[in-house]
Design a protein around this ligand. Structure first.
Ligand SMILES: [Zn+2]
Length: 151
């Protein structure tokens, strides 16, 4: 429905411009010929009035068509951007889907790996915790450095 709105508006702008120019020329001609016949005493003045009518009419129609043309150009630009945006959103969708698949596969592989080994609270890493005072001692020492309890 809204396909090629920009080009349509641009064509409309050209048509409007020509209609405006033709209309202003016709009105200018009517001022000239009508003026000469009706106000023969202002003959010199009507020539300039007719000329101004044509000039202003042409300029106004050109300006109006220019504005319309600009709108058409903007619409065309927006359409182009929309097309690009659609492409981008499609690409993002595909990326998201592939990303989801990747996370799914990584999750399943994580499930396959055995659970982390649980160490006894008394022997964690390179230290051991004293059962009496809770002091952490080096594995090299057999007695607690704080209270002297045997490990
Ligand atoms: Zn201790």
């Amino acid at each position: 429905m809204f396909d090629n709105v920009g080009s349509k508006v641009k064509t409309l702008a050209k048509v409007l411009c020509w209609i405006g120019i033709i209309a202003s020329v016709i009105s200018g001609l009517s001022v000239w010929f009508g003026g000469y016949s009706n106000y023969s005493s202002y003959g010199g003045g009507t020539f300039w009035i007719g000329l101004i009518t044509v000039a202003v009419g042409c300029f106004a129609s050109w300006l109006g068509s220019l504005a319309t043309y600009a709108i058409g150009e903007a619409a065309e630009f927006a359409e182009m951007n929309n097309a690009k945006l659609n492409e981008l959103t499609e690409a993002v969708k595909e990326l998201k889907q592939s990303g989801l698949q990747n996370t799914k596969t990584s999750n399943s592989s994580a499930n396959q790996t055995p659970p982390a080994k649980t160490y006894s609270s008394n022997h964690t890493g390179s230290t051991w915790r004293c059962p009496k005072c809770g002091c952490t001692n080096d594995l090299t020492s057999t007695y607690c450095k704080d209270c002297g309890t045997y490990r």
